[in-house]
Design a protein around this ligand. Structure first.
Ligand SMILES: Nc1ncnc2c1ncn2[C@@H]1O[C@H](COP(=O)(O)OP(=O)(O)O)[C@@H](O)[C@H]1O
Ligand SMILES: [Mg+2]
Length: 512
């Protein structure tokens, strides 16, 4: 029953087969490393072991030289940085599986949206684009289309949108001195622009202001290995932003879309270039607009050919839109409960997403699995699903708890990323430009120093998207299928750097 898991080439260990309480020690259930870009789902009720499965896979990927990006919602994945500590339970589990427990630690970079417990990550408003920003702001359809027009207006006028004060200044301009432009861009009502302004202020009050701006995080920093050849694990600390799910989930989408945009197409590789884990992925999809879901679906589909794998970790497959779910080749389904009619429904839906099995009653198995056990099926190198097998999952080799706070702080301080990203840069952008044009010193922020009026024409000239190199890149980018939906934000992303060639901007430094 397990020879369906005897793959050629390197694999990642999940555990050993389990049937009627008996573990087939030594008969490994595993995933082919080369297939890790075929995406996966780790599902199950709370407390059944999903995050530990993530930790198990992330550690082995790092060991194999594959960089990993993960969202750490509870702060406990920092344990990847320290070796695991054996105890009776772990020893027993390892013995049952037939693979000795070997403590190991991995190189981890700690990133954060708030600057706490990690290196501050930033993205510019322009590269975020109106679609993602609408999701972060919780906008309805009408408001979203108005926000798109505001972005267009700023593009046309050479107003650079880097941080929230820039966007705020643009919105204030449109409700004040620049109101004439509202008519020019049919569909922008002053009232709706006013609503956007209020929503923005709310977002700022929640502390989101810090992660809009520069220096913008560069995707290549996620693709590193350490001097020993282990893949760097980039852990985004999210425990402080749990009450703002739309905000951090859109940030993760921004990151994934940037990865898509910046990485070259690659053929079939021996191993992926990066594997991305979305823990608590239901937060990404809840209440999301249709265009947003379409963008997620497209990015997930297309990153595969860039050698990037995406794993969603969530309670039931129902949390993931069908179009996305259909692309997840690997399934690690932990226990589900069947207490309420809703549970029953979720269970039936889950059963239907599984291949048939001659060995297991899927529904019965799913409700009787213990903690750290799961029904597994993976995509084989031939591209077909492996036989469904109940699996006793191996313990992660790294620490199943957070590392001490002092250890975390010193690791962050030592990180080469701290030097690159810790300090915000506020260069001249929409806020300053508008202030200079209207003679209002400082725009929305009275403490800033406004450039003299003569600066405005220079900005406009720099803003003109005339340089053939940039235009060529846009032309090339627009030919990609993804571009059809994100064309707006893509163009802004490239033109948004205003005269700073993307290549010059990128090749900044070597960290290792
Ligand atoms: N593979 C495993 N090996 C050892 N213990 C595990 C394993 N998976 C889960 N556990 C135990 O179950 C607990 C809950 O697991 P966790 O991954 O946090 O659940 P979830 O993410 O599904 O809420 C862990 O703290 C650990 O004690
Ligand atoms: Mg969890």
């Amino acid at each position: 029953m397990t020879n369906g898991y005897a793959f050629e080439g390197p694999t990642l260990l999940l555990g050993a087969p389990l049937r009627e309480g008996i573990v087939a020690a030594g008969a490994c259930v595993c995933v082919p490393l080369a297939m890790m870009n075929r995406h996966g789902l780790i599902a199950g009720a709370t407390g059944t072991g999903k995050t530990k499965t993530l930790q198990l896979l992330a550690g082995q990927l790092s060991e194999s030289g594959v960089p990993v990006f993960l969202a750490d919602l509870k702060g406990d994945l920092s344990g990847l940085a320290a070796p695991g500590v054996a105890n009776a339970k772990i020893e027993e589990r390892s013995k049952a599986i037939g693979v000795p427990f070997k403590p190991a630690s991995y190189p981890v970079e700690f990133l954060s949206l708030t600057g706490e417990n990690g290196v501050q990550l930033r993205a510019t408003v322009s590269s975020f684009g109106p679609l993602l920003l609408s999701r972060a702001l919780g906008l309805n359809e009408t408001q979203r289309s108005v926000l798109s027009l505001v972005f267009k207006f700023c593009d046309d006028k050479g107003l650079l949108l880097l941080d929230l004060p820039d966007l705020k200044a643009a919105l204030q301009h449109l409700t004040g001195d620049g109101a004439a432009a509202l008519a020019e861009y049919g569909g922008m009502s002053k009232a709706t622009v006013g609503v956007l302004l209020r929503k923005m202020v709310e977002l700022e009050q929640q502390g989101a202001g810090q992660f809009f701006g520069e220096p913008e995080f560069e995707v290549e920093d996620l693709l590193r290995t350490d001097p020993a050849g282990k893949g760097i694990v980039s852990a985004l600390e999210l425990s402080g932003v749990q009450d703002r799910p739309a905000l951090f989930s859109t940030f993760l989408m921004w990151l994934l879309a940037s990865i898509y945009r910046e990485l070259p197409e690659v053929g079939d590789l021996d191993k992926p270039k990066l594997v991305f884990f979305f823990d608590e992925a239901h937060l990404l999809f809840e209440g999301a607009s249709k265009p947003f879901l379409e963008q997620v679906e497209q990015v997930v589909r297309l990153v595969r050919s860039k050698g990037v794998g995406v794993f969603f970790v969530t309670q039931t497959p129902k949390d993931v839109p069908a179009d996305v779910l259909a692309q997840l080749g690997h399934r690690v389904q932990h226990a589900l409960r069947a207490f309420t009619p809703d549970d029953e429904k979720a269970l039936r839906a889950t059963v239907n997403t599984f291949p048939r099995s001659e060995f297991y009653d899927i529904a019965k198995t799913l409700t009787s699995l213990g903690i750290g056990e799961a029904l597994v099926t993976v995509l084989t190198p031939r591209g077909v699903p492996s036989p469904v097998v109940a699996t006793l999952l191996a313990p992660p080799s790294s620490l199943m708890a957070p590392i001490p706070a002092a250890d975390l702080a010193s690791r962050i301080a030592r990180s080469p990323l701290s030097a690159a990203y810790a300090t915000a840069v506020d260069r001249e952008s929409a806020r300053e430009t508008l202030a200079a044009r209207t003679g209002d010193p400082g725009g929305s922020d009275a403490t800033s120093t406004a450039p003299d009026r003569g600066a405005a024409p220079r900005r406009s000239r720099k803003a003109a998207p005339a340089e053939p190199t940039v235009a060529d890149q846009v032309g090339k980018a627009l030919n990609s299928p993804l571009a059809r939906t994100v064309a707006g934000s893509l163009v802004r992303g490239l033109f948004g750097v205003l005269g700073v060639p993307t290549t010059a901007r990128r090749r900044r430094r070597r960290l290792y």
